[in-house]
Design a protein. Structure first.
Length: 430
């Protein structure tokens, strides 16, 4: 290991130990490598910025972030909760099933686990604790696990970032995420049913806010967004990047004109928060490109690809190895770090083994989503713990139950790529 790479690793570990924000840790580590290894810092950073600005796909990220924040501000989560309650609330442990179904609908609008957890998740936790008598740790765990559907179900911000890294088709990735997202939701509902019978969790109460038909009709209005969005992409009316702008516009239309519960003060706050979140994501991308330069400059990606190819692993054995490594790393590293730093290192090996980039992308994104609810580092757990005041120790006792079915789904998708690739192939993506 060279002096520069040693300095990069040391800086990264030091930043993680000191709890420095991951974006600053990555950027600082990259700059330290460039400085120690004698590289032209200004030239490389300038080239990285120019390359980033030239990526039109990245324009989708701030637009999807804006759409998600407007959806949360427009109290759409409450409407979807009531509709989901009508459909599955009478099952044993109904509040948990309602949470999963609500997140299935909400995930087709947000594309972010953290946004979904802080928006729909807070609505669900309140209902689970007040009406369903769920313990705080269990309620937060259900909401955390259900929020992971957001980055898998299209539109998805992590899938857009993966497309930028790998060159895979955004449209194909969006199509490929649909069946895995429903399988994840099904696995969570099965677990909730088991827990409901073991712990005697109650059924949800009927909504008192109108007839069932009225409640379902109110939920159909926000569900027009994914129909317009995905229908436009798959019909070729607009590109995935343009679809992100359509999503933001549609969300503003619903909040300001249809529901009229988003005023100009709220809109200003939403724009400011969306700008802050977008800046963090873009800074993360730029930082990852600098670190990837270090990895390429050291020849690590090529060496790793040669080593894996020399092991003569089958595609499934390779995916199994990657899944185990990422699941272990996910307990101490943020999912975004693994996506932006480790995936580019593995892509030469993925290509050498003939693994479809779309299939690989869906599998690793699910893996990274499990990482953000895995103690002790799980980002979503920290967010919901701080918002609900539920102690982390209570959450950690429950969350492992939900990691298991999600990991099983991930392994099934690793073994059977046809499940992931069925819809992309059906719509003509090769």
């Amino acid at each position: 290991m060279s002096v520069g790479l040693s300095a990069l690793c040391l800086t990264f570990v030091l930043g993680a130990v000191l709890r420095v924000p991951v974006v600053l840790t990555m950027f600082g580590s990259g700059i330290v490598y460039l400085w120690v290894s004698g590289q032209d810092v200004g030239l490389i950073v300038d080239q990285t910025l120019n390359n980033t600005i030239g990526m039109n796909t990245l324009l989708a990220v701030p637009m999807f972030i804006l759409a998600a924040n407007i959806m949360n501000a427009a109290t759409i989560s409450d409407r979807l909760w009531r509709a989901a309650n009508v459909l599955v609330g009478r099952l044993r442990g109904g509040h948990g099933h309602v949470t999963v179904l609500m997140n299935v609908a909400m995930s087709s609008m947000t594309g972010s686990a953290v946004s979904e957890a802080a928006g729909a998740g807070m609505v669900a936790i309140k209902m689970m604790r007040q009406e369903g008598r769920y313990p705080g740790g269990l309620a937060v765990s259900v909401a955390s696990a259900a929020s992971l559907l957001g980055p898998v179900m299209p539109p998805s911000i992590p899938l857009v970032l993966y497309a930028v890294i790998s060159g895979a088709s955004v449209g194909a990735l969006f199509l490929a995420g649909i069946i895995p997202a429903f399988l994840m939701a099904l696995s969570l509902s099965v677990l909730i049913s088991i827990l409901a019978h073991k712990r005697n969790l109650p059924r949800a109460a009927d909504s008192q806010q109108g007839s069932k038909a009225q409640i379902l009709l109110q939920a159909l209005v926000p569900l027009t967004l994914p129909v317009v969005l995905l229908g436009g992409i798959w019909s070729g009316i607009f590109t995935p990047t343009e679809a992100a702008a359509v999503a933001a516009f549609w969300a503003i239309l619903l909040g300001v004109v249809v529901y009229r519960n988003v005023n100009w003060q709220t809109m200003l706050a939403v724009f400011l928060e969306s700008a802050r979140q977008s800046a963090i994501v873009m800074m993360l991308i730029i930082s990852s490109f600098i670190i990837n330069f270090a990895i390429t400059n050291e020849g690590i990606a090529q060496q790793l690809a040669a080593w894996i190819y020399g092991m003569q692993l089958s595609p499934f054995e390779f995916l199994l190895l990657v899944n185990v490594i990422f699941l272990l790393l996910g307990t101490v590293l943020d999912g975004a770090v693994m996506l932006m730093v480790f995936v580019p290192v593995l892509l030469p090996a993925v290509n050498a083994l003939g693994i479809d980039l779309v299939h690989f992308g869906i599998v690793v994104i699910i893996n990274f989503m499990i990482a953000i609810i895995s103690p002790p580092y799980g980002l979503v757990l920290f967010v919901l713990s701080s918002l609900t005041k539920v102690p982390m120790r209570d959450i950690n006792r429950e969350i492992w139950n939900f990691c298991i079915p999600l990991a099983v789904v991930m392994l099934i998708l690793s073994a059977f790529p046809s499940i992931v690739l069925f819809l992309p192939h059906l719509f003509g993506y090769k």
